[in-house]
Design a protein around this ligand. Structure first.
Ligand code: ZN
Length: 364
């Protein structure tokens, strides 16, 4: 296989600008990836998503597995055809959602038993199942099934146990991935997941195992699960000097402007989160200097300004005022969520482009 990732230049202190090669096209990094949880980025058409500068859309394996089911998606031509998307797509392993079900989850070495919250059906997913489901969905980048534990109330023994299982499961995922993709002409990329909670020694050890495995990429999991920003930063800073150059690095579930800066400057190439679009649907957008603007606030009722002066998104560019947006949120008009989502995604993508433009030109 040809090179997966190429570095164009560095971003101080530990970041980089580069290009990730996938079978669905190149991805310029660093980049933010919105979550199209059930196959769609909520309230946006694929065209609107692309126009914000988004290059990769993430879909959730857990949700698509439960409904409509990967076999239906596969029969309809896979995720790209099903969701009408031409650019690269990434699926997560489903682990995060399964483990979020809390007490309805039972973990064995074989896999995870859980109860479908929508109908009470008993379900089971093994690491091999997760790989098969993701390949059936047809994403261009997929993630190994890991054992995630919440930070709240996790004992050292719990963290160690999840840590060891994550690496055993990674080996099983790699074996299944190789088996199922061996006849593919253009196979997707597999990301292994780094765990270890807030224990820096465990994190470093996990990174060593994952980045020296046969996985194509490195995913940093288990952050943004209740720790503080300082704790997250400490973990990212500890890993930053240790990454191999040739593999892409993906931070799971992190996506505010502040976190993006910390992540990118500490070597992360790609990150995903529901936050920019979820916040937008609740009227919370990023204005000038990434300050939070609550559009439903009374003070905007006659505000003639746009969300962020100078922003090149459709919403600001067309001159939609804060007064108009506030009114549409107040009367529960879905257009408000759409317009706010377009702005928030563009805001995140422009931050990524800022790194790419200011540093990317320095290439020899
Ligand atoms: Zn805007």
């Amino acid at each position: 296989m040809n090179k997966i990732f190429e570095t164009k230049t560095t971003v101080a202190p530990y970041g980089r600008v580069g290009v990730l090669h996938t079978r669905a096209g190149d991805v310029q990094t660093p980049t933010f990836m919105p979550d199209g949880t059930r196959g769609a980025v909520k309230s946006l058409t694929p065209q609107q998503v692309t126009e914000t500068g988004v290059q990769v859309v993430l879909a959730n394996t857990y949700h698509l597995h439960l409904a409509p089911g990967e076999q239906i998606v596969k029969r309809l031509g896979g995720l790209h055809s099903f969701a009408n998307r031409t650019g690269p797509m990434l699926t997560d392993s489903g682990g995060f959602q399964v483990f979020s079900l809390g007490k309805h989850v039972k973990i064995t070495e074989e896999g995870v038993h859980f109860t479908d919250p929508s109908n009470g059906d008993k379900r089971f997913i093994s690491p091999e199942d997760s790989i098969r489901i993701q390949l059936d969905l047809g994403a261009d980048m997929i993630v190994a099934f890991d054992h995630l534990i919440g930070l709240d109330g996790a004992s050292d023994a719990d963290v160690q146990d999840a840590f060891d299982r994550t690496h055993r499961w990674l080996e099983r995922c790699i074996i299944e991935f190789k088996r199922l993709t061996k006849d593919m002409k253009d196979r997707p990329l597999l990301f292994g997941v780094v765990q270890g909670g807030l224990d820096l020694e465990l994190r470093k050890k996990s990174l060593e195992i994952v980045q020296n495995s046969e996985a194509d990429g490195i995913a940093i999991g288990g952050l943004s699960v209740g720790e503080t920003r300082e704790e997250m930063t400490t973990v990212l800073e500890a890993l930053a000097p240790l990454y191999r150059e040739d593999k892409p690095r993906f931070l799971l579930g992190v996506g505010t402007p502040e976190d993006l800066k910390i992540a990118v400057e500490n070597g992360i190439d790609m990150l995903d989160c529901v936050l920019p679009t979820r916040n937008a649907r609740h009227g919370v957008v990023w204005g000038k200097d990434s300050k939070r603007v609550h559009l439903t606030n009374e003070k905007y009722k006659d505000d003639p300004g746009v969300i962020e002066p100078g922003c090149d998104c459709y919403t600001c560019g067309e001159g939609f005022t804060k007064a108009f947006l506030r009114h549409q949120f107040k009367v529960n008009e879905p257009l408000a969520g759409t317009l706010a989502s377009i702005h928030n995604l563009r805001h995140m993508m422009r931050l990524c482009e800022g790194y790419r433009n200011s540093h990317g030109r320095m290439k020899s």
